[in-house]
Design a protein around this ligand. Sequence first.
Ligand SMILES: NC(=O)c1ccc[n+]([C@@H]2O[C@H](COP(=O)([O-])OP(=O)(O)OC[C@H]3O[C@@H](n4cnc5c(N)ncnc54)[C@H](O)[C@@H]3O)[C@@H](O)[C@H]2O)c1
Length: 480
Amino acid sequence: MTAGGWMYIGPQGIVHGTYITLLNAGRLYLNIPQDKDLGGILYLSSGLGGMSGAQAKAVEIAGGIGVIAEVDGSRIRTRYDQGWVSRISDNLDEIFNWVEDARNTKRPLSIAYSGNIVDLWRYVVENDIKVELASDQTSCHAVYDGGYTPFQISFQEGRELIKTNIQRFKDLVDESLKDQFELIKVMTNRGTYFWDYGNSFMKAVFDAGVDEIAKFKDNPAEGFIFPSYVEDIMGPICFDYGYGPFRWVCLSGNEQDLDKTDQIAMNSINPERNAQDRDNYNWIRDAKKNNLVVGSKARILYADAKERVDIALKFNESVRKGEIGAIMLGRDHHDVSGTDSPFRETSNIRDGSNVMAEMAVHCFAGNAIRGMTYVVLSNGGGVGIGKCFNGGFGLVLDGSERVDNIIKNAIEWDVMGGIARRSWARNTNAFETAYNWNIENENRGHLTLPFIADDNYIENIIDSYLKTQKRNEKNIKIRE
Ligand SMILES: NC(=O)c1ccc[n+]([C@@H]2O[C@H](COP(=O)([O-])OP(=O)(O)OC[C@H]3O[C@@H](n4cnc5c(N)ncnc54)[C@H](O)[C@@H]3O)[C@@H](O)[C@H]2O)c1
């Protein structure tokens, strides 16, 4: 999750994002109170690879139970050695005994099932096991290139078959996806909440020949029967309020600098303000303990526009006083603004502009003239070339007053441009954020708010226009 920013902060970004997604899925679908975690709740999914590997760690941080299927033993070993997954087994009876224990004690637990996701789904269906939350993170964006291993063969056999008989491999993939869909359907009818995790799973099922997965059978671009995690969760709960993956790197490379910045950031967040801030506060409080730093001394923290500015100004002040070395600020493309990506980040922008590159370009250009250290305009981050545009930035905090001014101008612009766009697209939470910004910043600026037209009123006008047209045509014909 680094496109659009050119900052490598290791895998902690995806862990933070997945942690927030899982907690909010629990609140949204299962009515878990805002101040509670996922204790005793089962999350079922697949993939312990590059991004998907975050699921096991994130579900434990969120307090829940995760069973994640993975066909590649080497991937499981990596995650286990890292401490991201707690137990491994290829025996589903054993796994669900562990799950039962964890349910009773409400202890967090992540389990890698060494096997195929389809076999895991089949087991829960046949044994009538309760699964509250579920998703899929096999690499379905490259489904016929080895991103998805069909259940009829092992991971190794799959690799061989791709080389020797690609058509046979494709047929097996299609069959496997169809079975997976049928099993998921059984479970969702029994009460499981399933969502798409940005891996093109639903599009792959559609392409395998299952048109009932599309809302409109002829046109998958109109969406699918299961929600995407951005449409239901990240969009309305985070992005529309300005919460997104703010991040920084301590350029000194010193661990102590990272500790100090964690402390400054934690002190800038009021956990009593709302559920998002409570989650983010807990995240930053436990960030060091969770040991997610790989390489650069970096940190990610979801924050809204005001918090990002506050934190950045405090960091710059600390640099000025010589308490810490220079800091580099940035953000992920998987954010409020800066990205036009209709299959993911902008999937809850439904005014037609979600297929244009305006937000990324505006953000990029606005950040450039407001003095960011560097700006990036790139294509393809996260979902693939041709499917999105990303505008990113980096800002070096050198302790100067000049940089204070850039922080005040550019960082707020970077976030609020996205809020304006989301609000124009009728997302009520973004409208509320923009409305409140206008009140709080009366003397500084104004975000134009949309006039929401009444759908019935518009339909009536069009209907009566069409009727008049028809009447006129009829009259002309009679005269002729
Ligand atoms: N949700 C997000 O924020 C987000 C972010 C980036 C990427 N993605 C998408 O998620 C998907 C996974 O990303 P990744 O980086 O982890 O990819 P990856 O290829 O590194 O990992 C996917 C894993 O799934 C395993 N797998 C494949 N078929 C399987 C099956 N049938 N049963 C069990 N395991 C199986 C593979 O062995 C692999 O380890 C991609 O499509 C990616 O585009 C999502």
